[in-house]
Design a protein around this ligand. Sequence first.
Ligand SMILES: *Cc1c(COP(=O)(O)O)cnc(C)c1O
Length: 233
Amino acid sequence: MSQASDSTDLSARLAAVDESIAAAARRAGRDPSSITRIVVTKFHPASLIRELHSCGVRDVGENRQQELSAKTAETADLGELRWHFVGQAQTKKARAIRQSAAVVHSVDRERLADAFERVADDDRLLDVLMQVNLTDDEGRGGVNPDGIESLAEHIAGLSTLRLRGIMAVAPLDEEPARAFARLHGMAQQLLTVVPDADWISAGMTADFVEAINAGATHLRIGSAITGSRPDRG
Ligand SMILES: *Cc1c(COP(=O)(O)O)cnc(C)c1O
C-alpha cells in the first residue's frame, strides 16, 4: 500500500472512532466535548505523530519512557502536542518522564509520586492521575482499591503535582462494563478526598463505549486509530 493511502486510512479511522465516541456520548446523555480522546502511538514512528497532528490530534500517549523521550524530541517542532504517559513507571525514570509528559496517568504508589516531586525543576505543575488495579493480581499496575484515600492524601500534599483523577485498565477476565462501574465508584471516593480530581481515564480500542457509559473523561485509544502495530526491530 502506498504512503498516500496509508494516511488517508489514518484520517478515516480517526474520523470513524471520533464518530463512535460522539454517538456513545450522546446515547449516554453526555456532551461529546467533555471527553478527551488520547491517541496512544506506542510502537509507531514519529512520522505517524506528524500525520495525526495534521489531522488535528493534540493529545498523544506513550507507555514507555524511552519511546516517550525519543518521540517528543523528534516532534518538538510541532508544538501544541500534549504528551500523556500511560505505562508503568519506574522511579529512576521519573525525571525523563517529567521532562516530556504533561500528564502522567499511572501514579500508583507514594514512592513514585515522591520521585516525580523530587525531579521538578521549574514551576510547571505536573498533572497526574492515580492508577487503580481492578484485578486481584497484585502484580498488575495500580494501587489496591483500599489504598485510594491514603495515596490521594499523599499526592495532594505534594506541591508540584496536581492530582486530576483516576485511571484504570479493564481486566481481561471481567466484563468491562462491570469493571468500569466499580471504577466509577472509586472515582466518587477519590472526590471525597480531592474534590476537583474529576478525571476518569479509562477505555481503549476494545472497551471505550463501556468506559463512556461509566463516565470516562479521557479515553486512551491506540490500534483502532493507528492500525495494527508495525513489526518491531
Ligand atoms: C496500548 C495502551 C492503550 C491503547 O490500547 P489499544 O487497545 O491499542 O487501544 C491504552 N492504555 C494503555 C495503558 C496502553 O498501554
